[in-house]
Design a protein around this ligand. Structure first.
Ligand code: PSU
Ligand code: MN
Length: 299
């Protein structure tokens, strides 16, 4: 399948400069306008500041894009009826000339196909709470296992069942490595109390693991970076807002693909915007680390 590279990504590929993939579901579905656009700009700037080149993925009118220009980014941030594209949606979006932002699963896939080995996002999808009654497990997890890409994130989405998400990552053979931490970060909060077996303390150490993983041809891995202290929220407060948001979602019959955007919106409202600030800061922070990782891995 043909990939269309932005001019900036083409130049980087030509001169073998390091690239960092970025997702765009966060732009199209995850954050409200104009904060979504601000997030995209801050992530791209953080990647460039680290010495790497950003490559945001999207499907635009059925074309697979690696790296977006200004107008395309605007369109994803403001367009109506944009699709939320996981891996399984890509073929349909291409065949039917649709437009949408890519989630972690589709971004891993496109990055791998484009030869990009490092990807920055906010939080992974995973196993939803109440999975025994309603089977909702993100395709992010099998996609990370399949595609050889390092996913830099602040843990998994806070709305998930985190212990089960970690267990499923183990089942799939995906390493989860804390960056400067021995526990899984909690996305909006710095800790979850869930221990991680492995840790690195900087990008150089992370790059060594990435290289060994690539040599073993074992698929993707996760680097979990705690969100910046300044905007992080206490775990107890997050749990309180989340319980209320989950109850409301249940009452309104919101499930499946719509669950994440709904819950994130409710979290913003209930925290009076503080989860939004935390989200922007952690996205930028992850992009910065991914940039350093891509540079270290290219050495
Ligand atoms: N985490 C967030 N905001 C998001 C997402 C994750 O804080 O918008 C997106 C990512 O693109 C992730 C997707 O891949 O949600 C997972 O969705 P689902 O659970 O429907 O697979
Ligand atoms: Mn789901």
């Amino acid at each position: 399948m043909k990939l269309v590279f932005s001019a900036e990504v083409q130049r980087a590929k030509k001169s073998k400069r390091p690239l960092v993939a970025l997702e765009t579901s966060v732009l199209a579905q995850g954050l409200p306008y104009p904060r979504n656009l601000e997030a995209a700009r801050r992530c791209e700037a953080a990647v460039r500041d680290a010495g790497a080149t950003p490559a945001a993925m999207a499907v635009i009118d059925g074309v697979l894009h690696v790296g977006l220009d200004e107008a395309q980014t605007q369109r994803l941030a403001t367009g109506k009826g944009l699709l939320k594209l996981g891996s399984r949606d890509l073929a349909i979006a291409v065949a039917q000339r649709r437009t949408g932002g890519t989630t972690v699963s589709a971004t891993c896939e496109l990055a791998a196909r484009a030869g990009i080995r490092v990807f920055a996002t906010g939080g992974l999808g995973g196993v939803h709470r109440g999975v025994a009654e309603e089977l909702d497990i993100s395709q992010d997890l099998p996609a990370i296992a399949r595609w050889p890409v390092a996913v830099v994130c602040a843990g998994a989405k806070s709305v998930l069942d985190l212990p089960k998400t970690l267990e499923l990552l183990e089942t799939l053979g995906v390493p989860v490595i804390g960056v400067g931490t021995n526990e899984l970060p909690g996305f909006y909060s710095r800790s979850t109390g869930l221990p991680l077996e492995h840790r690195v303390d900087d990008a150089a150490q992370a790059a060594k693991v990435l290289r060994a993983r690539a040599e073993l041809e074992q698929g993707g891995l996760v680097f979990a970076v705690p969100p910046p202290e300044k905007t992080a929220l206490p775990r107890a407060e997050i749990e309180r807002h989340l319980k209320a948001a989950l109850a409301l979602g249940k009452k309104q019959g919101i499930s499946g693909k719509a669950a994440t955007p709904f819950l994130l919106g409710e979290m913003v409202r209930r925290s009076k915007g503080r989860t939004l600030l935390a989200n922007l800061a952690l996205l930028e922070n992850n992009a910065a680390f991914a940039g350093r990782l891509a540079v270290a891995a290219a050495r």
